[in-house]
Write a protein that binds this ligand. Sequence first.
Ligand code: SF4
Length: 467
Amino acid sequence: MSNHFFIQTLGCAKNTADSDGIGAVLERAGFQGVETPEDADVMIVNTCGFLQASREESLEAMRALGQIKQPDQLLIAAGCLISRYGENVKRQVPKVDGVIDAGKWIAMPRFIRYLREHGNHDGNWLDEAFLGLPREQLHARSVIEHFPRHAHGPSAFLKIADGCDRPCTFCIIPAIKGTHRSKPMEDVIAEARELVAQGVQEIVLVAQDTTAYGWDWNQRDVLATLMERLCSEVEGLRWLRLMYAYPGHVTPRLIETMARYPQIVHYLDIPLQHADAQVLQRMKRPNLVTTRRMLEDLRAAMLDLALRTTFIVGFPGETEDEFDALLEFIEEQEFDRVGVFEYSREEGTPAATMQPQVSRQVRARRRHEAMVLQQKISLNKNRALVGRTLDVLVEGVGELAPNAQHTRNARRDPELECGNCVSIGRSYRDAPEVDGVVIVQNELPVGKFARVKIAQASEYDLLGEPL
Ligand code: SF4
């Protein structure tokens, strides 16, 4: 019986980090990763269960693998969708042999052996004896356990904690992931060293709430200490990026640390969710006064700070006036990057029972209005960078389609002379997978930094020449 595995990851950066963990525990157990499902003996879908749209995407991914599945292959569903719906998922996708929830992936090798010996099963109800650890310890270990990480390019997500203690009324994550648990600092630093030793230039810190790092140890400001230690103890680390900060937890010490260390990029992802006082109250989110002061302090400490945030439109009871207050705030604050999501009614959350629920049409119209407003702001901000020189982390090369204004997916035709070759990279203002890119003339070494003079700008991307 050969042991080749293939992992398809859906959802957020934290799931990407979990998939790396699943890969690591399987390799440690003698399995080998493969790039395509056809070559695998075990196909694993690491699902997302956060919103309706992401659940449908996860089910679609499982169905697609189910269609190509051969009799000697196993199809396993893991992740947040399983934490929420367990074996019900198998009723929707009968080709799935086994399901195991987000907090138990550490037992994946045992689970595969079990499925091979006993046929399809629901890992969720496997007893502690089988799992070899009490359930809560298992969950904790999936966070704190240290695995040798493999780099998959010049940038890597590093999950520093899991779970969340916040009371946001629209969010199902605490019910899926449990309470906040931080990864021991020595393990985070060891993992960062391993990744940088393999050529990783950028470490992106992720968690549900990165700014609560160490709170479960009854300590405060531990995130600042962690970031200082990563900068001073991980040789060769060029960029350290912080995502998923919680507005009420950004402290003066953290801001001072971000401003002091050159490795820490002047970028912060901080979901705010709304900007109307009443809506924030119904969401149980930090109030606007706290948020405004924090944004002022951040911008005063880092003049070139790039801010990313996300907003939810169509939250139950959201009136036109409350929505207008959000638009005014977006216009006033001029964030660099904004994601706008339609409210998704999530069973089991307090907001799901709030009235009135806003209609799908109104939610869609409001999302469109907010995105159109932000596109203008983003274009102006990008245009202000024309003529500036930025460090760009090159992540790929390709060819610009003829007369393309700009294209993300530059193709590479090996036959073609490098007439129209471009490189695709990111500046400090761009987080992986969610923000824009910088398209640079010519083919540059992948995985390295290049000095780039910005020549053109679009709503989300920049075009430049290497210096
Ligand atoms: S802080 Fe984020 S993950 Fe935690 S409950 Fe709120 S929205 Fe959910």
